[in-house]
Design a protein around this ligand. Structure first.
Ligand code: SF4
Ligand code: SF4
Length: 323
C-alpha cells in the first residue's frame, strides 16, 4: 500500500491504520492468539500503521503479532506504532513510555500522545506529561508527539503549538462524539480545525469515522467524508479478518460501491442488578453518554455512545458489559 508522509515528520504511514482498541478487554476481549492474528493479518495485508494506548492493555497482542519482526529503530520492516497515555505528570508519562518500550520489545516508539485531551484546563494540567514527551523526543526514543482528542477546541489550539507534531482527532460526517467546550461540536467545525493543523504542517490521523458503528451502514460515505478532510490516515478499529479485507479494498479503490456491511454491532450495557451508582463511568465517558436514571443508577444514551468501551474498566463491580 502506498504510504504518505505524516505532515512535517519523517514518518510515513499507510492511509489506513488498525486501531487495536477493538480487540482488547474493553471491547471484543479476544484471546492472545486471536487478537494477535488480527494485528498480524493487517500487517501481512500491507497496513503499516497501528494505534494503541496504555489504557487499552493491548501491548501483548502487538508483541505477539510482531514477534518475528525486527522492531528496533530504523528497521525497514517495523510498522509505525502510535501509543498514548491519559496521565498528567512527568513521572507518569515517563512510566508509560518505558512500559510501552518494554512491552513491545523495542527501543523506539514512532508516535506518543497525550491521550484524550479535553478542554483547556486539561491541557494545562498535563504540562508535566507534555514536557516528558518533549524530552523523550529530544532523546530520540519517541519520533513524534502530539495529542488525541474528541474536542475541536483542542485541535484548534494544537494548530498553534509548534512542538505538536501530530494530532489524532475524532471526526465523522454526522459529527457524532465531537465536543466543543462542554457541548457538542459539528463536523464542519472539526474539519476546519483539522485544516488549520494541516496548514501548520502537522500530521493528522483520524478516529471514529463510523461514529462507533453508528454510521457503518454508510461505509463508503463515512470513509469518503473523513478522507475529504485531508487527513493523512484513517484509524479504524477492526476485530475480524473480513473487516481488514474490506478496508483494504476501500483504500485500494476496489470496494464494490454497493457494499453494505453487517451493522449488527455490539452495544454497551449497564447491568442494573450490579450497578451501585458510584458515578465513575459517568465521569469517565468522554462523550457524556452515561446518565443517572430515575433509580440513581447508570444508564446509556445510545444517541451519544460511540461504543469505545472506555467506561467498562472504571466500574468497580464490572456492571458495564458489551454484547
Ligand atoms: S458509554 Fe461512553 S465510555 Fe462507554 S462505550 Fe459509550 S461512549 Fe464509550
Ligand atoms: S461505574 Fe459501575 S457501579 Fe459505578 S455507576 Fe457506573 S456502572 Fe454503576
Amino acid at each position: 500500500m502506498k504510504k504518505v508522509r505524516l505532515g512535517s515528520t519523517d514518518i510515513e504511514v499507510t492511509p489506513i491504520g488498525l486501531g487495536v482498541l477493538t480487540i482488547g478487554n474493553t471491547q471484543l476481549d479476544l484471546d492472545l492468539e486471536a487478537g494477535a492474528d488480527i494485528v498480524r493479518y493487517a500487517y501481512d495485508r500491507g497496513i503499516r500503521f497501528f494505534d494503541t494506548a496504555q489504557y487499552y492493555k493491548t501491548y501483548s497482542y502487538m508483541r505477539q503479532a510482531f514477534k518475528d519482526i525486527d522492531m528496533s529503530k530504523g528497521s525497514p520492516d517495523r510498522p509505525v506504532i502510535a501509543s498514548k497515555c491519559l496521565d498528567c505528570s512527568y513521572e507518569e508519562m515517563e512510566y508509560a513510555i518505558n512500559e510501552c518500550l518494554k512491552e513491545l520489545e523495542t527501543d523506539y516508539i514512532d508516535i506518543f500522545l497525550l491521550h484524550e485531551v479535553r478542554e483547556d484546563p486539561d491541557w494545562d494540567m498535563r504540562r508535566g506529561a507534555w514536557e516528558c514527551l518533549k524530552d523523550y523526543k529530544e532523546k530520540g526514543v519517541v519520533g513524534a508527539i502530539g495529542v488525541s482528542t474528541h474536542h475541536l477546541d483542542v485541535v484548534q489550539k494544537m494548530a498553534s503549538v509548534p512542538q505538536c507534531d501530530v494530532v489524532f482527532p475524532l471526526i465523522n460526517y454526522a459529527g457524532l462524539g465531537i465536543r466543543k467546550g462542554n457541548g457538542p461540536g459539528t463536523a464542519e467545525e472539526m474539519a476546519k480545525a483539522i485544516s488549520d493543523c494541516l496548514s501548520a504542517g502537522q500530521g493528522v490521523f483520524a478516529m471514529k469515522a463510523f461514529g462507533g458503528g453508528n454510521l457503518s451502514e454508510n461505509y463508503i460515505k463515512a470513509l469518503d467524508y473523513v478522507k475529504s478532510t485531508g487527513v493523512h490516515s484513517i484509524m479504524v478499529g477492526m476485530g475480524k479478518r473480513e473487516e481488514v479485507d474490506r478496508l483494504i479494498d476501500y483504500a485500494e479503490g476496489r470496494l464494490d460501491p454497493a457494499y453494505r456491511p453487517d451493522v449488527s454491532h455490539k452495544r454497551i450495557h449497564v447491568d442494573q442488578g450490579d450497578c451501585e451508582g458510584c458515578g465513575n463511568c459517568i465521569t469517565r465517558c468522554p462523550n457524556k453518554a452515561i446518565f443517572r436514571n430515575g433509580s440513581g443508577l447508570a444508564d446509556i444514551d445510545y444517541d451519544k455512545c460511540l461504543t469505545c468501551g472506555y467506561c467498562a474498566p472504571v466500574c468497580p463491580v464490572r456492571a458495564i458489559i458489551m454484547w
